[in-house]
Design a protein around this ligand. Structure first.
Ligand SMILES: *[C@@H]1O[C@H](CO)[C@@H](O)[C@H](O)[C@H]1NC(C)=O
Ligand SMILES: *[C@@H]1O[C@H](CO)[C@@H](O)[C@H](O)[C@H]1NC(C)=O
Ligand SMILES: *[C@@H]1O[C@H](CO)[C@@H](O)[C@H](O)[C@H]1NC(C)=O
Ligand SMILES: *[C@@H]1O[C@H](CO)[C@@H](O)[C@H](O)[C@H]1NC(C)=O
Ligand SMILES: *[C@@H]1O[C@H](CO)[C@@H](O)[C@H](O)[C@H]1NC(C)=O
Ligand SMILES: *[C@@H]1O[C@H](CO)[C@@H](O)[C@H](O)[C@H]1NC(C)=O
Ligand SMILES: *[C@@H]1O[C@H](CO)[C@@H](O)[C@H](O)[C@H]1NC(C)=O
Ligand SMILES: *[C@@H]1O[C@H](CO)[C@@H](O)[C@H](O)[C@H]1NC(C)=O
Ligand SMILES: *[C@@H]1O[C@H](CO)[C@@H](O)[C@H](O)[C@H]1NC(C)=O
Ligand SMILES: *[C@@H]1O[C@H](CO)[C@@H](O)[C@H](O)[C@H]1NC(C)=O
Ligand SMILES: *[C@@H]1O[C@H](CO)[C@@H](O)[C@H](O)[C@H]1NC(C)=O
Ligand SMILES: *[C@@H]1O[C@H](CO)[C@@H](O)[C@H](O)[C@H]1NC(C)=O
Length: 788
């Protein structure tokens, strides 16, 4: 600043007199215009580092002349500001002067009139005004000699933005001066005159951004939620620029700043009404589109009317929010959504009214809203509840754990479902509509009749690509039931496992759907947690919490790693699996039969807590149903109960059988299938049965357990395992009993002969559709024990 001041004083000393009286044309690259200096058609001024240039130009193929500012160093002339946008000069006779009053004037010397000026009259007392083009692209008029106050100069081009927002520039309002900085598009690439479109901040209710065409609202960037404008899911941290939205007593504005000043980026409102973030690509010498937020029909303002939600994955795209129905069903059917939806059960200000939670949305128009940044969500709900005209509330700041309060009054318009970075809102409903699950998300990968209410976070495909390094081979964890499983890391550092449905697998699609629907309803610490799913561009994926210790099989069947699992850890795992299974069978709202419980489907978290995974083959049972029969037996040989593998009959007792096998494998450290005893050709179950009857059960115990075993726990575990694998389902204990028996000290019932299925591997139906083990197991002889 100081250097600049000295430099300018010098220029003034040398040129002052001449500039005032001699009016010598100059073409040198100074960055200033002194009072009474004239800038002509052929002359420009250039910012100190030659980033920007100010002078006369012709836009596109137009022969009209304008004064403007453009990038100096890039090969495509890109104008970022225009002075006389509506009053072009038709010839080269224009002269730009800075008056002694500090007003910039553009004269048409042919006609002898002023075509544009920076102010209509100056009431300010200015002594030595000087104009200066900064490297930010801002042209400012300030008082010479005083330090340059870039924040509050006499005049600045940044206060009169045309169609471009540059780094550091503020889009929005200065509530003190009344200045409203808004984009107005050019009429066309050849005509910078005011076009039809404006992009501006409306500060009624909570501030939001609108793109208007004439008087009509076309698009809305939702309220700032602390991280981004609601609904603009692609607004995220990036290597090029950071951004902020400021609301205070003095100002309301959006601003972005370069993180690395070697990048050239601008935000421009095109004549078409599209707002585009452009990035200069030096290697290609062109502007590339970095992002826009007008991508699909759901980005158009209020497409679905009040209480309607736009979901681009649906056809038709509009749906009523849960608890609402079309206001005019006939019009709705013919895709005229303008009247939107209304409460299925009208509100009557009954004290029983409450709020339902709706997630993954763009928050509705806030022009009729109220806000308080310090309230909590609980206070917010209370406040909304106490005022019958309050229709909804939400956190006003989702950053951190969430804080602040938005209240809405009247209809909720311009809601859309967003694939990622959506917001949550609580909407008032009558008491009888409450308690039903939240935002309806009809899940139908296959266009079937899926009618399940899910509450799932939807992830965008791009987010997953980024997290998994484009599904890089290095991130592959394994091959799951219906496709590869890949590790990923989200931007916030959270580790995930992504199960990607193989595109060719139609059976997989069915199982995928099954898994999503089932698991999304389950919450238990011994079940793997489904975080999200992604359905985009014919890709379907499930996103789980990442289990750093992978599958239990990677320990107990591994030569080295088996030594890491001592008895207490194995027992902890056994109990955990039993609890998870009990939850599935009994405690969850649904009765779920897993059907493919096995060692490799038990994942371990970093504390070695077991989590049951892979619900692709699970079935849920309604009410009092005990068992079911299927023609499609899926599961894994070695774990399937005889009545299931042989007759397709499954029940909670067929899962208990699988649990018994798993329990034996954990104790013995060998696979049931694949274990062949030298002497009696038994599989593991048969071998255990033989040793049990000879009081030699301890011989089964994995050698690696060494001193760590608790003899009575081990014997009890083997005993319970044999109870679980009894031939007849009705003899097997339920999972409740299993847990009681494992934990008790008392005597145990004697097991009856275990069930061994006589395998017939030629039938396709009986093939495990599922197990990565199957192929390798096929190489092993199948050991069959026919009773004794
Ligand atoms: C502009 O400069 C060109 C050459 O640089 C010259 O021929 C022309 O006369 C100049 N025009 C004006 C209006 O000064
Ligand atoms: C300029 O180009 C546009 C198309 O981009 C064309 O419609 C227009 O007629 C052209 N105007 C002139 C003066 O050449
Ligand atoms: C100058 O006055 C005209 C007419 O009153 C107005 O339209 C224009 O916005 C004013 N310009 C400035 C820079 O204040
Ligand atoms: C944005 O980045 C600039 C440059 O690194 C930094 O000075 C500024 O504080 C950042 N602003 C925000 C809002 O993070
Ligand atoms: C849509 O419905 C509204 C209200 O019923 C009606 O005024 C309008 O004409 C309809 N539009 C079309 C295209 O049918
Ligand atoms: C916002 O809420 C806080 C906490 O409830 C309260 O103290 C404050 O007065 C409220 N501010 C306004 C403007 O209502
Ligand atoms: C409810 O809120 C509206 C809008 O803020 C306000 O006009 C009205 O007075 C409030 N009613 C009550 C009973 O507080
Ligand atoms: C939003 O929340 C974050 C994290 O708690 C806080 O740092 C920030 O100041 C809040 N913003 C506003 C506008 O209250
Ligand atoms: C699924 O969609 C296809 C094509 O859109 C259609 O032919 C088929 O009948 C639909 N299936 C069901 C179950 O609706
Ligand atoms: C992922 O793929 C995209 C597009 O194909 C590419 O631009 C990007 O660099 C890739 N990222 C990684 C980490 O390979
Ligand atoms: C096995 O041991 C139990 C007691 O530990 C004993 O009662 C039983 O007779 C033994 N059976 C055989 C076959 O040794
Ligand atoms: C095995 O299955 C095949 C094909 O389903 C069938 O033809 C055959 O009779 C079965 N064999 C036995 C022993 O059940």
């Amino acid at each position: 600043m100081l250097m600049q001041g000295i430099r300018m004083s010098k220029i003034k000393l040398i040129f002052g007199f001449l500039a005032l009286y001699a009016l010598i044309p100059r073409t040198h690259a100074a960055d200033t215009i002194s009072a009474n200096q004239i800038l002509r058609y052929n002359e420009t001024i250039t910012s100190l580092k030659e980033t920007f240039e100010l002078g006369f130009f012709n836009p596109g193929n137009s022969t009209n002349h304008y004064v403007g500012i453009w990038y100096k160093k890039i090969s495509i002339k890109t104008v970022v500001w225009v002075a006389n946008r509506n009053t072009p000069l038709t010839d080269t006779s224009g002269e730009l002067t800075l008056t002694l009053q500090g007003v910039l004037i553009l004269r048409d010397t042919t006609k002898g009139n002023v075509v544009w000026s920076s102010a209509n009259s100056s009431t300010m007392s200015v002594k030595n005004p000087v104009g200066l083009l900064l490297d930010t692209g801002n042209f400012i008029i300030h008082e010479e000699g005083e330090g340059i106050n870039q924040e509050d100069p006499i005049w600045q081009s940044f206060d009169f933005m045309t169609d471009t927002l540059l780094p550091g520039m503020k889009q929005g309002r200065n509530l003190i001066t009344g200045i409203d900085r808004r984009f107005t598009s050019w009429k066309s690439p050849n005509d910078p005159a005011f076009g039809e479109f404006s992009y501006w901040i409306d500060n009624r209710g909570y501030p939001q951004l609108f793109i208007t065409e004439g008087r009509e609202i076309r698009h809305r960037a939702g309220p700032w939620n602390g991280l981004r404008f609601s609904g603009i899911s692609n607004m995220r941290s990036n290597p090029f620029y950071n951004f902020t939205f400021v609301v205070n007593q003095r100002e309301i504005y959006y601003q972005y700043n370069l993180i690395d000043t070697s990048f050239i980026t601008r935000l421009v409102l095109q004549p078409s009404g599209r707002i585009e973030r452009k990035l200069w690509v030096d290697s290609k010498q062109e502007w590339s589109l970095y992002l826009t937020w007008q991508n699909d029909i759901c980005d158009q303002y209020a497409v679905c009317g009040p209480f309607g939600s736009c979901n681009i994955g649906k056809s038709p795209v509009c749906e009523c929010l849960k608890g609402f129905e079309p206001t005019s069903p006939d019009q709705w059917k013919i895709t005229n959504w303008s009247q939107g939806c209304r409460h299925s059960i009208p509100l009557d200000c009954n004290p029983g009214e409450g709020f339902n939670k709706y997630s993954n949305l763009k928050l509705p128009d806030t022009r009729e809203s109220w806000y308080n940044h310090t309230m909590t969500l609980v206070e917010c709900e209370k406040m909304c509840k106490s005022n019958c005209s309050c229709t909804a509330y939400a956190n006003s700041n989702i950053s951190g754990t969430g804080s602040g309060c938005f209240l809405w009054f009247g209809g909720l318009v311009d809601i859309r479902t967003t694939a990622e970075n959506g917001d949550t809102i609580y909407i008032r409903l009558s008491s009888s509509e409450l308690g039903t699950s939240s935002k309806k998300f009809r899940h139908d990968p296959e266009n079937g009749s899926g009618d399940e209410d899910l509450e799932l976070l939807l992830f965008g495909f791009s987010k997953i690509l980024k997290a998994t390094n484009n599904f890089s081979m290095n991130n592959k964890l394994g091959e799951g039931g219906f496709g590869p499983v890949c590790k990923g890391v989200l931007e916030d550092g959270k580790e995930i496992a992504v199960k990607r449905l193989a595109k060719t697998s139609t059976q997989g699609l069915h199982e995928f759907k099954n898994e999503v629907i089932l698991i999304s309803k389950l919450q238990h610490r011994n079940l793997v947690k489904l975080l999200s799913c992604c359905i985009e561009r014919d890709e379907v994926m499930l996103i789980y919490e990442y289990m750093p210790n992978k599958g239990l099989d990677s320990f107990i069947f591994d030569k080295t790693r088996k030594w890491l699992l001592d008895w207490p850890t194995r027992y902890h795992i056994i109990i955990g699996v039993a609890r998870g299974l009990l939850y599935l069978h009994q405690d969850s709202r649904l009765r779920i039969i897993h059907r493919d419980l096995k060692v490799s489907n038990i994942l371990l978290d970093k504390e070695m807590n077991p989590k049951i995974s892979d619900f692709g083959t699970a079935r849920s049972f309604g009410g009092n149903q005990i068992e079911a029969k299927t023609n499609r037996v899926v599961g894994t040989y070695g774990y399937m109960a005889p009545e299931y593998a042989g007759g397709g009959i499954f029940s909670i007792k067929s899962d208990v059988y699988s649990f018994g096998v798993l329990l034996l494998e954990v104790v013995c450290g060998v696979k049931n299938r694949g274990f062949v005893h030298k002497e009696h050709c038994n599989n593991l179950i048969g071998h255990a049965w033989v040793l049990y009857n000879e009081n030699r059960s301890l011989e089964l115990v994995a050698k690696c357990l060494g001193e760590s075993i608790n003899v009575s726990q081990v014997l009890r575990s083997i005993h319970v395992a044999l109870l679980c694998v009894q031939r007849h389902p009705e003899d097997r204990p339920s999972m409740t009993s299993v847990i009681v028996l494992l934990g008790s000290e008392g005597p145990l019932p004697s097991p009856k002969e275990p069930g061994f299925y006589v395998g017939n591997t030629t039938g396709d139906d009986a093939q495990s559709s599922h197990s990565p083990e199957t192929s390798s197991d096929n190489e092993l002889s199948i050991t069959v024990l026919n009773g004794r």
